[in-house]
Design a protein around this ligand. Structure first.
Ligand SMILES: Cc1cc2nc3c(=O)[nH]c(=O)nc-3n(C[C@H](O)[C@H](O)[C@H](O)COP(=O)(O)OP(=O)(O)OC[C@H]3O[C@@H](n4cnc5c(N)ncnc54)[C@H](O)[C@@H]3O)c2cc1C
Length: 287
């Protein structure tokens, strides 16, 4: 529980919810990406939890530290939260060693998220993702499918190095079978047993040529992928204010106080992590 309402305490924004790991799914063939299903311990906290796709939480492990991780579940998936975590260093390695039933702290939801209930409504949506950056876009897609009537055409272009490195494989198959979604899944190189698309995400985006008319693109992936995805989009008329990106600056407090993540006047933790490409280009440092 985040704070004891029976005592007259001021809510402390640094205090995490107590939570427990409820299930763990190994996502990729190398075992370095796992999805953790996490349940807040207090029933009222669980009921009251709400977030917007694209927001993140700070996950804390006693004795190890606290890290920002995007929320991979949609707010329409009630009762638990999903986080897909790449094993990178101290805290993520500790998390990867944890088991079902182990305790974990969750501070959030944090940041702004994608404007799914405002700017994106009534638009043609193009989701473009590379590697494990698909996580908050999964949350966004699930949310949009739950509110399918609020959006026009939805196109998903998602790629990974190999078939075994794709996330959410069962869901990808289900999405490919739907007739209200255009789904393009690609891998970098030919692979045994793979009869899907082959090629880098920017190449596939160039072949799909999504129309910019009444449209918004949500792009998450390594900076190099984003860099090379823009020219084919620009070629067919996309403007920077139609393109939403999610930034991953280092952050500590995650509530716009400590200044670890700020770029000029902008706090990535509080004002972001989602920005339009036009907003990113106005920042003093180039991303
Ligand atoms: C808003 C936001 C959302 C994120 N969402 C996810 C997610 O959904 N899944 C996920 O796996 N990761 C996500 N990350 C990145 C994640 O926070 C870092 O990988 C994590 O903090 C590393 O912690 P560590 O203690 O394991 O690594 P450390 O021991 O601190 O560092 C290990 C390596 O990771 C690098 N690293 C540390 N922090 C970051 C960072 N913020 N960005 C890039 N490289 C970093 C270090 O340079 C070093 O090379 C997100 C980051 C942000 C800011």
């Amino acid at each position: 529980m985040r704070f004891d309402a029976s005592e007259e305490v001021t809510m402390n924004p640094y205090l995490p919810y107590s939570a427990v790991i409820d299930d763990i799914f190994v996502e990729t063939e190398d075992g370095n990406l796992k999805t953790f299903r996490i349940v807040l311990e207090n029933e009222e906290d669980r009921r009251n939890w709400t977030h917007r796709p694209g927001q993140f939480a700070m996950l804390s492990i006693a004795g190890k530290g606290e890290i920002p991780i995007g929320i991979a579940s949609s707010p329409t998936e009630k009762g638990h939260l999903l986080f897909t975590v790449n094993r990178a260093g101290v805290v993520t390695t500790a998390l990867h060693k944890m088991n079902v039933g182990d305790p974990i702290g969750v501070r959030g939801p944090l940041g702004n998220g994608f404007p799914v209930d405002s700017e994106l409504k009534g638009k043609n949506i193009v989701i473009i993702a590379g590697g494990f950056a698909f996580t908050t876009l999964r949350a966004t897609l699930i949310y949009m499918l739950e509110h399918r009537g609020d959006y026009e055409n939805i196109t998903v272009i998602y790629g990974a190095r190999t078939p075994g490195m794709l996330l959410y494989k069962d869901e990808l198959k289900q999405w490919q079978e739907r007739d209200d979604l255009n789904v393009y899944i690609t891998v970098d190189r030919e692979a045994p047993g793979w009869d899907g698309l082959v090629g880098f995400v920017p190449t596939i985006a160039g072949q799909v040529k999504p129309s910019p008319e009444n449209a918004a693109a949500l792009i998450c992936g390594p900076p190099i992928m984003i860099k090379f995805t823009m020219p084919p989009l620009e070629e067919v008329g996309w403007r920077n204010d139609q393109v939403y990106l999610s930034l991953e600056n280092r952050m500590k407090c995650a509530i716009g106080i400590c200044g670890h993540c700020n770029v000029g006047p902008v706090y990535v933790c509080k004002d972001g992590p989602v920005f339009t490409r036009a907003e990113v280009q106005r920042l003093p440092v180039e991303f």
